[in-house]
Unconditional design. Structure first.
Lengths: 373, 80
């Protein structure tokens, strides 16, 4: 309510001598990008703070909400099936006694004066990331896998911030965890490598999200955790692949995760021959092997994009695949022993024949056999 | 965007909150300890509080304890 009052006051102030176009722009930002307006409003509240002590809380709340919610919104651009979740700081009210505290049953986190805002931000956002970010992804995986994902996501968030925030995070969390826990250190290193080729969110987190959407009769965690370890290794191997290498496996055929990467990059095949049939035929064979997710990846230049689109369209038409995601990004791939940045395109196609419920019969047949081996 | 609430108390209101929760005197008298590391809780090192099985648990600002809190929250609790 008080935010709305502040916005109304700001609007009224702007009305005097400000062209209408700017007012419309301001209204657009408030309704379509409230998290950015919140970030900017911190400056306003810092001025008000000189006259009104209570503005302290608006500085802290708007700063944390603005930054975390902006990050969450950006994550939704990188992931499929991801509904961004934001945070809202609720200050403890005057009537908070023991009865109310127990009835409410909520954690209360302490926020220090806004001069310690970097610490406030790191601590509040870590709570939020641990509990709410990528819940589906963290549903069935191991403790180290969950912690490492949270740390890596947090690192991504703080990378966008001032150096002081990153220092705070590194000092209090990241470095300590890496030093204390080898498993977490190894996992984070693997994510870092996978991220170099731009596949941390669009491939790894996406596959883990799909995994989190499946339902299991009498869930058995160990085989899932083992398979997630193998999936991470598969993507790490792909990320360390040298350009032109045809030995690194591009297909992952697990019990729960079944995905394949199709690289579309050979210029003579794309430009001179221009025949999509060999690619389509190969992908059809993958679908016969029950591969659920196909990642078409290739350099982002006009003829290649057109080629990828043609393959994608043909597979959607003939095999009923669904186009889930289309993304352009920078990828750092290995060319002659060195990582070089290339403009890359990714299209994710998903089979309609996805196994969503693992019943008792299936688990007895495939999962027991796999755990015995 | 769906928003999840994070309850917070500012330093300016901390004493008042602790008094209404009947914790202030105990903290000043160094009678309360961190849930995770058992260090004595002071007004300076208090990081967060939460209810658990009819008791009020306190967490100190030691990064290891804060990490343990996050692990605790990550499991299926309704504390947020």
């Amino acid at each position: 309510m008080n935010d709305m009052i502040a916005i109304a006051i700001a609007f009224k102030i702007l009305q005097f001598g400000v062209p209408w176009i700017l007012l419309i722009l301001f209204a657009y930002m408030v309704f379509c990008h409230p998290e950015k307006v919140q970030k900017w409003s911190v400056l306003f509240w810092k001025i008000v703070r000189y006259f009104w002590r209570e503005a302290e809380k608006y500085i802290i709340a708007n700063d944390i909400e603005g930054r975390v919610n902006d990050f969450s919104k950006n994550m939704s651009k990188e992931l499929v099936n991801f509904e961004p979740i934001g945070v809202q700081i609720q200050w403890v009210k005057d009537g908070e006694d023991r009865d109310h505290f127990f009835r409410d049953n909520k954690l209360i986190i302490r926020m220090r004066e806004h001069k310690n805002q970097d610490k406030n931000f790191v601590y509040a956002s870590m709570v939020f990331i641990s509990k709410y970010v990528l819940r589906k992804v963290k549903k069935y995986i191991s403790k180290s896998q969950k912690e490492s994902i949270d740390l890596y996501i947090a690192k991504r968030l703080y990378n966008r911030e001032k150096a002081r925030v990153l220092d705070e995070f590194f000092e209090d969390f990241f470095a300590l965890k890496i030093d204390a826990n080898k498993k977490i250190a190894t996992l984070i290193e693997q994510y870092h490598v996978i991220d170099k080729v731009g596949l941390f969110f669009p491939a790894l987190i996406t596959e883990l999200t799909f995994l989190g959407e499946k339902v299991y009769f009498k869930l058995k965690r160990d085989p899932i955790i083992k398979e997630v370890t193998q999936l991470i290794k598969y993507l790490e191997n792909y990320a360390n692949r040298e350009l032109g290498d045809e030995k690194t496996p591009l297909v992952f055929e697990g019990i729960y995760c079944r995905c394949g990467i199709m690289i579309i990059a050979k210029r003579f095949k794309v430009i001179q021959i221009g025949d999509i049939e060999p690619y389509v035929k190969y992908i059809k064979k993958l679908l016969e092997r029950k591969i659920e997710d196909i990642y078409l990846i290739g350099p982002d230049y006009e003829k290649n994009l057109k080629f990828i689109d043609e393959i994608s369209y043909k597979l959607q038409e003939e095999m009923g695949l669904q186009k889930y995601h289309h993304k352009k990004y920078k990828s750092r791939i290995i060319i002659h022993g060195e990582r070089k940045e290339v403009d890359t395109c990714l299209v994710l196609l998903r089979s309609r024949e996805i196994l969503r419920y693992y019943d008792e019969e299936y688990q007895n047949k495939y999962i027991e056999a796999s755990t015995e081996s | 965007m769906l928003r999840k609430t994070l309850k917070a108390v500012h330093d300016d209101d901390l004493k008042k909150l602790l008094q209404s929760l009947e914790l202030h005197e105990k903290i000043v008298n160094e009678q309360l300890r961190c849930k995770f590391c058992k260090t004595i809780i002071t007004l300076d090192n208090l990081h967060s509080i939460f209810p658990q099985s009819g008791n009020i648990q306190l967490v100190c600002s030691n990064p290891d304890c804060i990490k343990q809190l996050y692990n605790f929250l990550r499991e299926d609790t309704d504390l947020l």
